[in-house]
Design a binder for this molecule. Sequence first.
Ligand code: MGD
Ligand code: MGD
Ligand code: SF4
Ligand code: MO
Length: 666
Amino acid sequence: VRTTCPRDCYDSCGVLVVARGRDVRVRGDPDHPVSRGTLCGKCSTGYNREWLDPTVRLTRPLRRVGPKGTGAFEQIEWGEAIADIAAKLGSIASESGAHTILNAHYTGTISLLAGIFPMRFFRRLGAREVAPDTICNMAGHVALRYVYGSSADGFDPRTIRDAACVVVWGANPSASAPHAHEHWLGGAPCPVIVVDPVRTETARAADLHLQPFPGSDAALAFALLHVMARDGLLDRRFIAQYVLGFEEIEPALRECTPAWAESVSGVPGELIERAARMYATGPSLLWLGQGLQRQRTGGNVMRACAMLPALTGNLGRAGAGFLYVNGEASRRGIDEEYLGRVQGAPPEPAPLSHMDLAPALADPATARALIVWNMNPAGSNPAQSRLRAALAREDLLTVVVDLFATDTTAFADYVLPAASFLEFDDVVLPYFHLAVAAQAKAMEPPGVALPNQEIFRRLSGAMGYADHELFESDEDAIAHALDGGSARFARLKRHGPEFVSREPRIQFESLQFPTPSGRIEIASGHAEADGHPRVPQPWADARPAAGRLRLLSPASPWLLNTSFGNVERIATRLGPASIAVHPADAERLGLHDGGEALARNETGSLMLKVRVSDEVPAGVALSAKGRWPGREPRHWNVNALNPGEKSDMGESTAVHGVEIELRPLR
Ligand SMILES: Nc1nc2c(c(=O)[nH]1)N[C@H]1C(S)=C(S)[C@@H](COP(=O)(O)OP(=O)(O)OC[C@H]3O[C@@H](n4cnc5c(=O)[nH]c(N)nc54)[C@H](O)[C@@H]3O)O[C@H]1N2
Ligand SMILES: Nc1nc2c(c(=O)[nH]1)N[C@H]1C(S)=C(S)[C@@H](COP(=O)(O)OP(=O)(O)OC[C@H]3O[C@@H](n4cnc5c(=O)[nH]c(N)nc54)[C@H](O)[C@@H]3O)O[C@H]1N2
Ligand code: SF4
Ligand SMILES: [Mo]
């Protein structure tokens, strides 16, 4: 069976499921244009072991019998689980209002039915959504919408063949998009510039690596533009025609010399000069990573970086453009909104930021119930200790839908077993390549596990809802949402992904932008109305307080968020949780390579194994996200240190802005 990996990953690899009798192998699809026959290490390991293992998977609905957090459950039948949950939700909704039922979901799977269809139930119910992107990339979305009117319309990666320069700014595809790293960047016909505080594998492979201190990227962007303005490398004709507000930042640009930027970002002025010339000459592609905007002023950073294509005319032509996430579904012939829509639903309560989830759950007036699906907040969310205390609330009805018994399911009143992507049909919309792909059922789910969408259909029935949308079958929903209907889906299943066009699509080819003015808005009235500066600012976030380190906790190549954290081979391979620090910091703090250290701040503390390495600059520490707290010696992961500070835009996470003290442990 030919199918697609629906993890929250830029690659959306092609998968082949090959069965010989009872022996099932999950492999890469050799015909797939992106993954070219291989899966990443984490998927080829996990999919062939724990994901196929009915003794590890959740296979039956469970009801809590012990104290919350202990994971003591009894097995029950679907009918009983659904009836119980529906009755409880019904009384909560009538007593306190459905807005006290929180709906937390995110990246368990990005396939469309399993990712969106349950929203019909939650909308009909009137539950309050915990805004998914606030834990990941919301600041960047808000920022790019100010500038370009859209954050979801990126370059077509295939246009790299026409590029003269590629900049990867605050993304680490060597971990977060291994095939884009190996084939796309690895095969780039032009120089590659990486901007990352860490010397990642991607940075190592680049032609030029700029290593700014975290949170100083806006200053760096202004200095690059200073050099371009000084040397006549800006595209004045393009600016005059398509850009609004350039004159409002020109005075600031004159001040932002490479020497100044060196002093605030740590990037040598000479490298700034070189990068500016390489980028401005073009045509150039700019990949704006999600890691880039997880900073206190991450929204401003994104607005500042977004000026680069606009002021150099790197838009509307082959080999040029920028990419954050390619989210546009309609251009790929998919009505994504349809999948989550229900007519006549009550008005949706204002969403809650993930940064506020822990305090919201601690307050019985705000939260009486929590339904979690496609998510593992006990590992992924900030304020781990506060969150755990709130999840332990006896009077909080908690329902968790997952494939595995996670740190989050341990707090549930009801645990519902989900089918994995290998066990039902669905559609995958990759967010890097402009393609559409099928997820095809290759086997039966273990036990009585069900796809998310079926679980919420059953809940809808038990709630007594009659709206036909709530009960639409998978087949009908796919046929409706996909232009070309079931015939197109059958074709995708047979032949693999379809791209949006034969030739690479040109981003913003019409050079009309969905902003209020129709132009690229460097000066934004919307931003101003929302309380932000009218134009991007050459800011650099304050350095850590004396004696402290900035902690980055980006993607690990062996985990996907917390997914695969329970795969034994991967756990063995990863060994104990580690923290990388610069030799100068190690020396100053008395830390030794391989020794133990205690990381600590106002939010919590964590024991970590020290790795002394100059891949991080002095003042910066690195410890990847995604380990399972329950599997750690003291039952915390890196989010024990994350206060959940918000960035400047979108109530979004500033997780790469965390500060810690670090000291050796005997
Ligand atoms: N410190 C730190 N923390 C971070 C980040 C960081 O950079 N640093 N990054 C943040 C980011 S970018 C994100 S997106 C979030 C992600 O955080 P989450 O969305 O919580 O992602 P996962 O931890 O992978 O949890 C997904 C869960 O869904 C389950 N699952 C998989 N498939 C299905 C399915 O079909 N149905 C159901 N019901 N469940 C399924 C998996 O088993 C897993 O338990 O984490 C954030 N946390
Ligand atoms: N293997 C694997 N793949 C994944 C994930 C995973 O957990 N594991 N997570 C998935 C998800 S949900 C997401 S959102 C994406 C995220 O993937 P990316 O967009 O690559 O984001 P991150 O991994 O958070 O961080 C990328 C880089 O940003 C750098 N960075 C941090 N702060 C700054 C800064 O201030 N300035 C600059 N210039 N760089 C900075 C970090 O050092 C890191 O190397 O990956 C997806 N793919
Ligand atoms: S997680 Fe990403 S790299 Fe790994 S198989 Fe899935 S799509 Fe490919
Ligand atoms: Mo994410």
